[in-house]
Design a protein around this ligand. Structure first.
Ligand SMILES: Cc1ncc(COP(=O)(O)O)c(C=O)c1O
Length: 414
């Protein structure tokens, strides 16, 4: 019955320290269970210790809990309640660490994610089923078996479906996903989902007239480099709500908060939150409207590291044991850069830095990284490369293509 915890949220945008403590306490037995969902993580001091002790010939994915806790802490100043977008990295160790650090609500997109969160935290976590295109059985199970009451839709058909499959439960809340205007974001998320303003206003009216609480959500795009995009989207949401003349119960400003990848030169988080605060003040939300965000990347990106080994060198091309069909999926994009460091078992000094084209291990010609790695010119077979800031959309995007599957996962520090 995951919905119960979230029920308390309406009209109470922020958990008090005591309420948070109570939630963590409620989830304790489940957290202990979560440890056993996957193999318990081996713990190492740092990446050098991983390499020295494991001498890994398969990729190793490292998770730093201290970095996760830091990221969770940075969202304490968000003017509302941060949910974690499970799709970004659903490893139980990540979920548990974020939960203990105060992120006790989750944006889920599928029944499997719903079951995962319910299985670990039970009623002590809030869940928001925010995929705008859901199957009927998924909605039914989410409502009946898991108590979820928060849903998202971007068309009239989906609204009907949610109402029918949840039996229009008394506590139902439906948010209308609004398409946002193009912004400086690496991954645009308003071409597939999101209603245009006039349609969104009609949908809000429909929801309201059917006696159901209504809200608005949007996503300005992932790795959004323009803090002003959030203000523009909140402003648009305010206009849509005014046009519909419907009081909002929820305003969900989505994810998109960027990670500090090399070359992206991001503005500080305070600029993002500042834009959101000012825009929310200007649209005068009704009392009791809860403000949500649902970051993925900004909570987990800096906490993940992939350690790979050089399998072969051919001139200025290197072939490594992980690639775009593994944890390096995002690095297929030419603008995606990550900090890299060569690690050699004899720790001998290496040559001067040059650019290498980097290929993954599969037979597919697309298994190539979009941007070069700058590495010492004498790099050779058997050297390792530490690839930092890999926590987001890495574990969750792995495939078994060609028989490669990066599944050695360890913990860095406590
Ligand atoms: C509905 C929804 N919410 C949140 C997120 C997380 O976005 P980000 O990782 O950019 O913060 C996504 C990403 O695809 C999404 O589709």
């Amino acid at each position: 019955m995951t919905g119960q915890a979230a029920t308390a949220a309406i009209g109470e945008p922020n958990l008090s320290a005591r309420e948070l403590q109570a939630r963590v306490h409620d989830a304790m037995p489940a957290l202990e269970r979560a440890r056993h969902i996957g193999a318990p993580l081996r713990s190492y001091r740092n990446v050098d210790a991983v390499i020295a002790e494991m001498q890994p010939t398969e990729p190793v994915f490292c998770i730093s809990p201290a970095t996760l806790r830091e990221a969770a802490k940075s969202f304490q100043s968000f003017p509302g309640r941060p949910l974690y977008a499970v799709k970004c990295n659903p490893h139980p160790f990540v979920l548990e660490t974020l939960y203990r650090a105060g992120i006790t609500d989750f944006d889920v997109a599928s029944l499997d994610e719903v079951r995962l969160i319910d299985g670990i935290f039970g009623k002590a976590a809030g869940q928001f089923f925010n995929n705008p295109a859901k199957t009927r059985p998924a909605i039914r199970a989410a409502s009946q078996d898991h108590g979820i009451r928060f849903y998202t839709a971007d068309c009239a058909e989906e609204i009907d479906k949610i109402i029918a499959e949840t039996g229009a439960r008394d506590d139902l809340v439906i948010a209308v996903r609004l398409a946002t205007r193009p912004a400086d974001a690496r991954y645009v998320l308003s071409t597939k989902f999101g209603a245009q303003p006039d349609n969104a206003a009609e949908m809000l009216k429909t929801i309201h007239e059917r006696g159901i609480r209504a809200g608005i959500s949007f996503h300005v795009g992932s790795q959004c480099l323009a803090p002003g995009a959030f203000a523009a989207a909140v402003e648009l949401a305010g206009k849509v709500a005014r046009k519909a003349n419907v009081p909002l119960s929820v305003l969900n400003v989505g994810g998109g908060f960027p990670a500090p990848y090399p070359g992206d030169n991001i503005a500080g988080q305070e600029h993002y939150f500042g834009n959101i605060v000012r825009a929310i003040r200007a649209i005068e939300l009704p009392r009791g409207c809860i403000v949500l965000c649902e970051p993925g990347r900004a909570l987990v990106a800096t906490a993940g590291t992939t350690v790979v080994q050089v399998v072969m060198r051919r001139g200025r091309n290197i072939f490594i044991n992980d690639g775009v069909f593994g944890t390096l999926q995002e690095l297929g994009h030419p603008k995606e850069r990550r900090p890299t460091r060569l690690v050699r078992s004899d720790m001998r000094a290496a040559g001067s830095p040059v650019d290498f084209k980097v290929y993954g291990p599969t037979c597919d010609s697309n298994d190539v990284l979009g941007a070069p790695f700058t590495l010492p010119d004498d790099i050779r077979e058997g050297d390792w490369i530490e690839i930092g800031m890999m926590g987001a959309y890495s574990l969750s995007m792995r495939t078994h293509f060609n028989g490669f599957y990066a599944d050695d996962i360890v913990q860095l520090g406590e």
